[in-house]
Design a protein around this ligand. Structure first.
Ligand code: SPV
Ligand code: MG
Length: 534
């Protein structure tokens, strides 16, 4: 149902409806969540929330734009907009109605004062009233320009506010009803509802009546219901509640120079995100974003090994800390990962662990690095095997385009970077896949068919470079493989590729992304020199 149709039904039904004031998208959502059937976009509180006066200091177009945010936030809950005097003559009113409809407002109230208006509770007797005939023309113009037949136009009578008395209020209300107003808002600044009730008695239900009991707030709500009042507007209470809470919080934080006392009292940040609708965005990201960018990127880097062939260079540091072009291999790798948004890094260290530095990383210690292998190191970091995690050897130097290509292809499963330049070579991480690297783009994913000892060097299509991405399923599959290897006693000394072979053996699809060179696995001095050339 359209919000206009909803508001019209609320105004026309016999029971009283209560509209809650809102002044921005957040308060609109809060009021809608509280269960209000309709909202009042108050001129006073919208102005106040901008820090300006209720004297048309906000331009009409700013109000319209602002109401658009409120309508988005309120969803199916209709908004009656306080349109002040219509911001000019009949012509301005026409444009106001058309624009309010476009941003999703369900109705507008205009008051019979002069532009620029003053709030009804300020210098009330001095407030000039509009000429009745001119104001009737404005109502007609508004009704004639609405595109949606259910859009509601409320005419607000300010005769009691300005001290003109009941007879004048009646004369105006009758004229406005005849001009086509859908309802009459009769306003009062008295602390008792006596003059409002006198009006209601005289009016005798000729058209729906809207009340704003800001000043006669003591009146029991039952009295409004009993008199058949159509709409009661709680016109400014969310803003005022916010002012009190903000003043109190500001004073306390200022006095304490600390958040200790305040933090438990204020809405949790999580509540802010919820009200902003973050959950919907997360859901949309699952539908529309490439997989690799959905989950926050994290990494597990295996850097426990000593590295043998370095002519004494690794006497005090593990090979991941050897420098390539002046920077440790590990630092380079972490910088490259950070470039792609990876901030959450777990480094498994073992040999000379005190020499492994990686600012911001979590460390996991593999004290048995000498007797264990890669799979054991990875298993120690099992809690970091999560969707969106990259797993990397700590001794690889890669060009960034390799990481980029991997992330672009990454799916829900497991995706590996494979160097096709090593096809036919006798590499430990040799790979056979569903097709060799044809060097051209293809829509068909390349599937891993076998890895490691299961592939003869001659039959290999390349070698895995020691970098992989885990999607939501992939993280589960890798943990399953670790559990299986642990159960059959193979985990301690197993190479990482053997876990991937286990994943394959369970029939899980593993995707290959080809690269040609552009990386070095640093295993000896020659590799170190090669890596400097990248
Ligand atoms: C408003 O909320 O802006 C109103 C009601 O118009 S009153 O402030 O009482 O005039
Ligand atoms: Mg107002």
């Amino acid at each position: 149902m359209r919000t206009t149709t909803r508001l019209r039904a609320l105004v026309q039904r016999p029971e009283t409806v209560f509209l809650m004031e809102a002044h921005d998208g957040l308060s609109a959502r809060i009021a809608a969540e509280a269960g209000f059937e309709g909202l009042w976009a108050s001129g006073l509180t919208m102005s106040a929330s901008f820090g300006v006066r209720d004297n048309n200091e906000l331009a009409w177009s700013q109000v319209v734009e602002h109401v658009g945010f409120m309508a988005d936030a309120a969803g199916s809950v209709p908004i009656l907009v306080d349109g002040d005097t219509g911001y000019g003559n009949f012509n301005n009113m026409r444009r106001l109605v058309r624009k309010l409809e476009q941003v999703g407002a369900a109705g507008v109230t205009i008051e019979d004062k002069l532009f620029p208006k003053t709030n009804s509770f300020l210098r009330s007797e001095r407030q000039p009233l509009a000429d009745v005939e001119e104001f009737c023309g404005k109502i007609k113009a508004g009704k004639d320009s609405q595109g949606d037949p259910d859009f509601v136009v409320v005419a607000r009578v300010e005769a009691l506010i300005a001290g003109w008395g009941l007879a004048e209020a009646m004369r105006r209300a009758e004229a406005y009803q005849l001009a086509g107003a859908d309802a009459i808002l009769i306003h009062s600044r008295q602390s008792s509802a006596a003059e409002i009730f006198a009006f209601l008695d005289a009016w005798a239900g000729r058209a729906p009546v809207v009340l704003v009991p800001t000043k006669y707030w003591r009146t029991p709500t039952e009295e409004f219901r009993a008199r058949g009042v159509s709409v009661v507007v709680w016109a400014n209470h969310l803003l005022r509640a916010g002012i009190s809470a903000m003043q109190d919080t500001a004073r306390r934080v200022r006095a304490d120079a600390s958040l200790l006392d305040v933090e438990p009292q204020v809405a949790p940040l999580q509540e802010v995100f919820r009200l902003q609708g973050d959950e919907e965005l997360e859901e949309a990201e699952r539908r529309y974003l490439p997989v690799a960018r959905r989950a926050a990127l994290s990494a597990v880097v295996l850097a426990a090994g000593a590295g043998a062939d370095f002519a004494g260079l690794t006497a005090r540091v593990p090979k991941a800390m050897l420098k390539v072009q002046g920077r440790p291999i590990l630092s380079r790798l972490l910088d490259d990962l950070a470039h792609f948004g990876c901030r959450d890094v777990t480094v498994v260290r073992g040999y000379r662990s005190e020499a492994v530095e990686a600012p911001g990383a979590h460390f996991v210690e593999n004290a048995q690095f000498a007797e264990t292998g890669e799979a054991h190191s990875l298993a120690l970091a099992e809690s970091a095997i999560v969707p969106g995690a990259l797993v990397a050897f700590g001794d690889i130097v890669v060009k960034r385009h390799i990481i980029q290509a991997l992330l672009e292809e990454a799916g829900d499963g497991i995706t590996l970077s494979v160097d096709s330049a090593l096809a036919g070579h006798d590499q430990p991480e040799r790979v056979r896949s569903s097709r060799p690297d044809a060097g051209r783009f293809s829509f068909d994913p390349v599937r891993l068919e076998a890895i490691g000892d299961g592939v003869t060097p001659a039959a290999s299509h390349g070698a895995w470079i020691g970098l992989l991405h885990l999607g939501a399923d992939g993280a589960t599959w890798l943990r399953e493989a670790i559990a299986e290897a642990r159960a059959d006693g193979a985990l301690a000394t197993a190479p990482l590729w053997s876990l991937l072979a286990r994943v394959l053996a369970r029939g899980r699809p593993v995707t290959v992304v080809y690269t040609r060179g552009g990386w070095v696995n640093v295993n000896n001095l020659t590799d170190l020199i090669d890596a400097s050339g990248l």
